[in-house]
Design a protein around this ligand. Structure first.
Ligand code: FAD
Length: 783
């Protein structure tokens, strides 16, 4: 009897719960109201600038990956970007010509600037107006076309690529295009396109770097004299540093906080961050000195101004845009971040892949090309596979911009991971070429890239911050189907409507989390073998789509449980947030790589690059899952999560040495694969330049290898015993003398030796060479 009573009670409780959950008004009153109050008290305070940053831009493919069930048809359907005939012609002509005109050693070691001829060329040929539409006299290039140009320039000279990159990235032109008044556009854009104006954009202050929204630079609305008239304007005071092109700019885009204490604009006092255009010759503008950013020798320096008067018309977009600067900057950042730094990173990686691969075949130690030693192979494998993946990410992300997207999270992923991998690739390259990379001079083809790479790590969102705060932090809010809706509901001043919206979002959220938990477990238990994959994909890549769907589902579940358990605390738990961002990023990198493989027509010869890169990224994603789960604040929940995410243990081992060997082999021999991998590299045609010499030396080395094999065999037979010059340098001559090789073969060996000599040469300078710049001026203390 008792048992029946308990069962009846339980059934009544369950039925009650079901009724409460099913009848929305009842659910809201009895349950959601309490949860809503608790949620609002736990929600971290968010400033208007933080909110602007989080809400800026759009969500693209990364949203699919975040939401646990990526639609692969969508990925396959995105158009593969191609150059227009005009862009292709520009790449083949103007870009080639400017590369030939600029000599990196002259820029970095002699002139400390580009030559006047190079400056004139880039201005006259429109390099500073790639993104400006033709209607305003610019070249009107697509994001992809723009990226191709910057990538190629980056294989030649950083000063050149950064000088071109900055006016085409976040700065006056981009801001004017998006927010400028017609008058501002008509006046400035044609001048910027032709290089009549040199732009710079100044946001960073000594006191506010990463936390740029805290800039102390300010302006006070007031009346004043402007070109002989009494006008409403503002007195601006600033102290900025690190401003690229600052020392030579004629038009300074300036960010400051605008105040209107006398309410001359009729609104509030603190109007917020505002962006204005300041002609360099405005009285009071202090600009012109230089910093020395890791010997890259592009123009970069500080600027200051004290109570500089500007009319309100100087605000980008006019007075109505006062206080909208932060949102403008955040929206434009996504486009810039998708193109400039990914392109420069890919440029440096392609340069490394091309040059170091060749060097590893030409340079021989222990009677063998160094590229054949397994230890060196490991580095070559990373160089090749990362370069393949990086270029895939760059191209894929640029294609989003050309589709009209401003993907804030995808652009941050591209910026962070392409620059980090560029650092790894260049570091590996430096290790492979040994002392050759260390001694600077015109013969060193990699030392400057190694020196300058940290610049791209630091700018446009320093990488540690990007990984720790943005990739998951912004991803969670922007890509998640419910989190932003819940937050917006909590911030809704109409609390009644807020409760209704919150209720809907919350219960949708609960169902979403439960679904992904069950799905992740089911896919994990079946090794993802039953995950549906579109018929059109390459059979050799099919398993990756399945594994990515598995990881995506597990990620959606893990992300939700992390947010549920840690709430706002997750913002401070940067290590966990960074690892969640790593998982999302690795899935994005893999998607881009699969897209590249398909887009290039599934090149069978390139398959090892694709396999190694994806395998490595999936393994890294797996480690990132481990990193989150092992450090989960509640250990019991962590253990449960592990059982759901990896019910049968880890699916991935490290990438195989066999595939790694195949990749390394592709790096040290000429082939169509190597050409595709390094397609944007500027290749000098003559041996007087180090990269030109390397190309010729590689061909000569390959031609000499069979002859050299015969010499080695003769050596083993003892035919060189007692021959005094049968040493590492002169054995070819000795072999010819004693008849091991013919005249023609000796001529071939001699040519190979000449080129090898050029390739391994390092520069020497007189003992009294002047390397140093003059001492910097001492900094005056601030008042
Ligand atoms: C060569 C060069 C060119 C530049 N060009 C321009 C330009 O044209 N215009 C312009 O306005 N600015 C420019 N900058 C500025 C650049 O954007 C800043 O350097 C950048 O924002 C970082 O600021 P910071 O160097 O002061 O580093 P800091 O802000 O001092 O950061 C130091 C370290 O702390 C980390 N960090 C900071 N906060 C967090 C956090 N919350 N969580 C985790 N890590 C954190 C950062 O990732 C970084 O690793 C340039 C800088 C350089 C070096």
């Amino acid at each position: 009897m008792m048992v029946y009573l308990i069962a009846l009670l339980f059934a009544l409780l369950v039925a009650g719960a079901v009724v409460v959950l099913a009848i929305r008004p009842l659910r809201r009153e009895l349950l959601t109201q309490r949860l809503f109050t608790t949620y609002k008290s736990l929600l971290p305070q968010m400033s208007a600038t933080e909110r602007d940053a989080l809400e800026a831009g759009t969500v693209w493919w990364e949203g699919e990956l975040f939401r646990g069930n990526p639609d692969w048809q969508k990925l396959l359907a995105y158009p593969v970007p191609r150059l227009s005939p005009a862009e292709q012609a520009f790449m083949d002509n103007e870009v080639e010509q400017v590369c030939a005109l600029v000599d990196d050693w002259q820029v970095t070691g002699e002139l400390f600037d580009m030559s006047p001829q190079a400056w004139t060329f880039i201005k006259e040929k429109g390099f500073l107006g790639l993104i400006i539409p033709k209607a305003y006299g610019g070249l009107g290039f697509s994001a992809y076309g723009h990226g191709q140009v910057v990538t190629k320039l980056s294989t030649r000279c950083s000063a050149l690529s950064i000088t071109v990159m900055v006016p085409n990235s976040l700065g006056p032109a981009e801001l004017l295009l998006n927010y400028g008044t017609d008058e501002q556009k008509q006046y400035y854009l044609p001048r910027l396109a032709r290089g009549v104006e040199i732009p710079a954009f100044a946001l960073t202050s000594p006191w506010a770097g990463s936390d740029a929204a805290s800039i102390p630079d300010y302006a006070i609305v007031c009346r004043g004299q402007w070109q002989g008239r009494d006008v409403l304007g503002m007195r601006v005071t600033w102290d900025k540093r690190y401003i690229t092109l600052g020392p030579i700019c004629t038009l300074l885009g300036l960010a400051f906080r605008l105040y209107d204490p006398e309410r001359l604009l009729g609104g509030k006092n603190d109007l917020g961050i505002t962006c204005a255009l300041v002609p360099r010759d405005t009285p009071g503008v202090d600009i012109g000195r230089r910093h020395l950013p890791l010997n890259a020798m592009f123009m970069n320096g500080p600027t200051r101004g004290q109570d500089v008067f500007l009319p309100l018309e100087a605000i980008i977009g006019g007075p109505k845009m006062a206080g909208h600067g932060w949102r403008m900057l955040m929206e434009c950042l996504a486009a810039g971040r998708s193109i400039s730094l990914p392109s420069s990173g890919v440029g440096m990686a392609q340069l490394t892949a091309r040059s170091v691969g060749a060097y590893a075949r030409v340079r021989s130690q222990f009677k063998m090309a160094i590229g054949r030693f397994e230890g060196v192979e490991e580095a070559l494998t990373r160089i090749g596979a990362y370069t393949y993946m990086m270029n895939a990410v760059r191209t894929f992300t640029a294609s989003a911009i050309d589709l009209g997207e401003k993907p804030s999270v995808a652009s941050a992923i591209a910026k962070y991971h392409v620059t980090e991998r560029a650092r790894q690739v260049v570091n590996d390259g430096m290790d492979v070429i040994g002392g050759k990379g260390i001694c600077l001079g015109p013969s060193n083809f990699l030392g400057r890239a190694y020196q300058q790479l940290p610049i791209s790590i630091t700018v446009e969102g320093a990488n540690i911050l990007t990984r720790s705060l943005i990739l998951f932090g912004q991803g969670a809010i922007r890509c998640h189907p419910y989190v932003l809706r819940e937050m917006q509901a909590a911030h809704n001043p109409d609390t009644r409507q807020g409760l209704v919206d919150f209720d809907q979002a919350l219960f949708g959220h609960v169902a979403y989390t439960a679904r992904h938990g069950l799905r992740a477990l089911a896919i994990g238990l079946t090794g993802s073998r039953f995950v549906a994959v579109p018929d059109g994909v390459a059979p050799e890549a099919r398993r990756y789509y399945q594994q990515l769907t598995r990881f995506s589902s597990a990620f959606a579940f893990l992300a939700d449980i992390s947010m549920l358990v840690m709430g706002g605390e997750l913002k401070r738990r940067e290590k966990l947030s960074a690892r969640l961002g790593d998982i999302l990023s690795m899935m994005y990198l893999c998607s881009a790589t699969l897209k590249r493989y398909e887009g290039e027509g599934r090149q069978a010869a390139d398959a090892p690059l694709m396999h190694w890169a994806i395998w490595d990224a999936l393994y890294k994603a797996q480690m990132a899952f481990d990193g989150v789960i092992a450090n989960f604040p509640k250990r019991s929940i962590g253990r449960l999560l592990y059982r759901i995410v990896f019910p049968l243990g880890h699916p991935y081992d490290v990438p195989s040495d066999r595939v790694g060997h195949q990749v390394a082999a592709l790096m040290i021999a000429p082939s169509a694969t190597r050409d595709r991998l390094t397609a944007e590299t500027y290749l000098p045609k003559t041996e007087s330049e180090s990269l030109g010499a390397l190309e010729l030396a590689l061909a000569a080395t390959l031609a000499a290898e069979p002859i050299e094999a015969r010499i080695r065999a003769a050596e083993k037979e003892g035919r060189f015993d007692g021959v005094p010059d049968a040493n590492v340098r002169n054995i070819s001559a000795a072999a010819w003398r004693i008849g091991v090789v013919s005249d023609a073969e000796y001529a071939l060996l001699k040519r190979r030796n000449e080129l090898r000599e050029l390739v391994i040469h390092v520069d020497e300078f007189p003992p009294d060479a002047q390397f140093s710049l003059r001492q910097p001026e001492p900094r005056k203390a601030a008042a």
